[in-house]
Design a protein around this ligand. Sequence first.
Ligand code: AMP
Ligand code: MN
Ligand code: MN
Ligand code: MN
Length: 295
Amino acid sequence: MAAYNPGVIDPIELNADLHCHSDVSDGTLSPEGVAARAHANGVQLWSLTDHDEVGGQQRALRAARELGLPYLSGVEVSVTFAGKTVHIVGLGFDIEDAALREGLAATRGGRGQRAHEMAQALAEAGIENAYEGALRYVGNPELISRTHFARFLVDSGVCANTPEVFRHYLADGKPGFVPHRWAALADAVGWIRGAGGMAVIAHPGRYNFSPNEEHAFVGEFKALGGEGVEVVTGSHRPDEYPKYAAMALEFGLYASRGSDFHSPDESHTDLGTLPLLPGKLIPVWELLAERVHMP
Ligand code: AMP
Ligand code: MN
Ligand code: MN
Ligand code: MN
């Protein structure tokens, strides 16, 4: 594989989008559709990071190649750490790696049962047939997620939009929330690293950790071999970027950038439209240059 060389520009100025979803998890576009949109929006290095699933990677890679778009393999692993759900993005791994695939399959495994329990909880809150309703939006039967329930609740008129569904029904502590045990942090980082990839903390601003908990989480992640953190993400407000830039510098982590795009109708941040990474940071793609699939 040819080493990736972004060429004329300073690497920090690259329009990389290394976090987004297709209908192989909880996005609404196909992997090919996400690729076309990333390309049309001027993305120069792309990764599709579906939740707990690499089933879309071959299609994403093929579509990127046809569009002339450099590509890094990607995944977003659901993890339970200190009783909270956190997300770890993997980038630049071998998509055929057996241990990674088995680990992801085990992580996906509880989703069906959880979805039935969510539907039961929603029924007790007065919303009937939510399992069947959510299933209509699911592209991959192994990947039924809260997002699919949210689409059902919006389209059936219960709520006006997906953030409202989460606020009223699906966030931790709300009537339709069912606690779930995801992968262990050590396992998620281990699967990604074992497959030759880089583990990156996804949207660290979303976890409601206290400062002490956050420090423990990032310290443990780093001790396990985690190497990156998302600094500029569609899941952070712009005023949060400096805090996570400082985190990257404090912990010696590479910085990543990604829209977390799910759907043209729902996502407030489109592919490839985020500000660039702040200066002084080292982007993850500097370390991953050898792992980029060139068109
Ligand atoms: P799950 O993996 O089934 O727990 O679903 C998590 C997904 O729900 C995330 O990946 C987001 O796509 C979506 N999500 C979580 N919180 C919110 C929110 N407050 N507003 C909109 N979508 C959300
Ligand atoms: Mn999602
Ligand atoms: Mn996430
Ligand atoms: Mn995501």
